[in-house]
Design a protein around this ligand. Structure first.
Ligand SMILES: C[S@@+](CC[C@H](N)C(=O)[O-])C[C@H]1O[C@@H](n2cnc3c(N)ncnc32)[C@H](O)[C@@H]1O
Length: 269
């Protein structure tokens, strides 16, 4: 499998975890019916389609991404959807959006803004440039998780590794931490900044798709942490987080975990 194919497969496998919470976030936004929106860093377009559902007939959402292979997949998924005609996909760089000023009613980015190397204030300014006055700009970012009930110290130690705190690390200016994103909006000249955090609870019984998504998540979050933690911590991670282990944490009958997404919004003057 190529790198791109692996990435596409990871986005698809994570969808059962992410889709319900992202749907709730989009519903909370009350996007204007019939509006024109832009989904920046749209990946394979899974959530471009949810946005297109929200704007209703007469609305349209363009997904833009820098990776043409992801867009091919997005077009293919979209062509299988009954609302696919409300979407289109274009290759481009979020740092220099290939659109005129005041083109869209709103613009968003999900799990993209805030990640290096794009400087977030410059990205928000660029988003504000292509949105009409009064229109909304919003970014959605994974903000936390509790996945190892009963093992808070282990979870804290794993979270203190570079993949646990991705995309942030000690060398970065604190202003770039996602919890400071309200400041990015004000520095980008966007007004009426707001933030809300949404939670997704994880409880058994887990569907096979949810189980696979969680196995991938445990791997994605901490699977590369071996060289950054003590050997006992790594052994404990493997005991609890490997599917083949007799102590695999997802087999605990009273398992409970959750994760959060934080939504930051502002308006164009
Ligand atoms: C974590 S994925 C998120 C995809 C999608 N928004 C989602 O939530 O499933 C980040 C996406 O940003 C895209 N990307 C990275 N740098 C970009 C850039 N400079 N301009 C546009 N897209 C970019 C990647 O190709 C990838 O599809």
């Amino acid at each position: 499998m190529s790198e791109v194919e692996r990435y596409i497969s990871s986005l698809e496998s994570a969808n059962p975890l992410r889709e319900p919470i992202i749907r709730t976030v989009i519903e909370s936004l009350q996007l204007p019916k019939g509006s024109l929106g832009l989904d920046i860093g749209c990946g394979i377009g899974l959530y471009t389609l949810l946005l297109a559902e929200a704007v209703g007939p007469g609305g349209h959402v363009t997904g833009i991404d820098i990776t043409e292979e992801f867009l091919e997949k997005a077009r293919s998924l979209s062509s299988q959807s009954r609302i696919g005609d409300r979407t289109s996909f274009k290759e481009g760089d979020a740092g220099k959006l290939p659109f005129d000023e005041n083109t869209y009613d709103w613009a968003c980015s999900m799990d993209f803004a805030g990640y290096a190397p794009l400087e977030p204030v410059a990205l928000l300014k660029e988003m504000g440039r292509i949105v009409k006055p009064g229109g909304m700009v919003f970014i959605l970012m994974w903000s936390s998780q509790k996945l190892l009930p009963g093992f808070p110290k282990l979870e804290a130690e794993l979270n203190a590794t570079s993949s646990g705190i991705a995309p942030f690390n000690v060398a970065r200016n604190p202003e770039y931490h996602m919890m400071r994103a309200l400041g990015w909006f004000s520095r980008a000249g966007l007004i009426e900044q707001e933030v809300r955090t949404f939670v997704r609870d994880i409880c058994p019984p887990l569907s096979p798709e949810m189980r696979t998504a969680l196995i991938d998540l445990l791997q994605m979050r901490w699977g590369e942490a071996e060289t950054e933690v003590a050997s006992e911590v790594w052994a404990e991670y493997q005991r609890l987080c490997r599917e083949e282990s007799p102590d695999f944490i997802l087999n605990v009958p009273e398992y409970y975990g959750f994760f959060t997404y934080s939504l930051f919004c502002g308006r164009v003057v």
